[in-house]
Design a protein around this ligand. Sequence first.
Ligand SMILES: [Ca+2]
Ligand SMILES: [Ca+2]
Length: 522
Amino acid sequence: MTNFKTKSNHLRIWHLSFALSVGLKVFPLTLLATPCNAQQPNILFIAVDDLNDYISPLSNHPGVITPGFERLARRSTVFTNAHCAAPACHPSRVAVMTGVHPSESGIYRNLFGAHGPRWRDESPELKNAVVLSQHFRNNGYHAVGGGKIFHTLQWTPGDSQNDPEAWDEYRGNPLDPISKDWPRPNFRQNQNDGFRGQRPLSNHLFGAAVIDNAQEQDYGDHLIADWAIEQLNKSHDKPLFLAVGLFRPHIPWEVPKRWFDLYPIETVQLPKYQRGDLEDAHDHGRRHWHKWVEENNQWRKLMQGYLASISYVDHQVNRILDGLDNSLKADNTIIVLWSDHGFHIGEKENWEKFALWNQTTRVPLLVSLPNQFEKNGFPNHSRTNQPVTLTDLYPTLCQLASIPTPKQCSGLSFLEQLRNPNAARTQPALTSFFFHRESAASHAISGIRFRYVKYGNNFEELFDLQNDPEEFKNEIDNPNFTLVRNKLRNSIPAHPSENRTVPTDSKFHRGRLKTKLKKNAK
Ligand SMILES: [Ca+2]
Ligand SMILES: [Ca+2]
């Protein structure tokens, strides 16, 4: 029946040493969420791309309009202290789908030019890893996927790290799962016309623009949601594992006008921001993005585009919830919704991700359990600030479905926090990344009050989130925090994997995309 294993001794020792070092009680893992005679629950597994903590259940931005996420939150455990395993699409998603943390696999960064599960050849630790959906298939489930689950982009058709073998069915072309869904507005001007300097990326990809309302039913995540609703209404003789990958609010922030209209530009608020904030912080190497934004007075406009994209994807989540509630699966489906990492809209002069601050590592994570769990002592909605890492999802889902957890998994199930939101975790959350121009991996440790970051160039940061939620002040040398600093230092992985690079001899390697993106100049 259900069991818990960790693959590596160093992580296991790390978990224990953290628990001992901060004096936490080590909880025995409680087995068997479901009664043995109950039908195995369906799993609705929703991944949202680049969605940060601005959504209303996490309330980190005033005025955001997200009734769909609120609706899901009302029937979920909301994790308010959940963190990605790595702050970029590819490493975060591979970590979720294999359960193997980047500090073990060495997949810390985005790696482009794949056509298939090249990660099996990128990392020896992942060579034979069983993908989450495959594991559910092996244990009696019918696994169906659609949209962006493994890494791909709207503008890189065929550059995909999906594993087609891991699914019974996949929507469309599993190795080009989203590019056809997203036709773009017709830009008449070169992206640098009228602006100072060079806009980051090309082809208005770092930008916000309206798509004609009339097209809403015919493109983008609307199509993915339509497809998901269809799947929920099919009858299967096996329980269903349904993975739905929504692409917005990933750039480009192009959604119909009605979503922009929710946020009149004069009402849009900028994030909390402090001049000179980076003086005591690590240099993320991306200040040129922010420089372009400020010099061209685009901060508010881009915030508007991001918020509009959040409300657009919120609407799709709401539609999927309607689809589930109107289906025969309504009473026996677990919903898990997660985002692959957080996002900066100018906080710390950063845009997008690729950093280790809370604004990047913190992710929405909501888990909704059906009634059969409530009967067994699980609350039907709660909130927990216990730290979890997205690699903890794989073992948790195994326990919820009463199937074994594969040995490859490095995470720790959070079943206990679903039962009791105050149950203490025996480990902090760990997010790892590899910065360009550094010779070792960087790691962020998120506890309940403090966050500690050790960079590959040995720079260190310590933040007291209780008094400084924006992480403005690096407290690394504060003598009052020496003890906690030393304890968190000791919970950094002792022997993290080296950084993996592109294996050009992999059968899943196809090289950098050669497709010529249409120039925007007429
Ligand atoms: Ca992403
Ligand atoms: Ca600062």
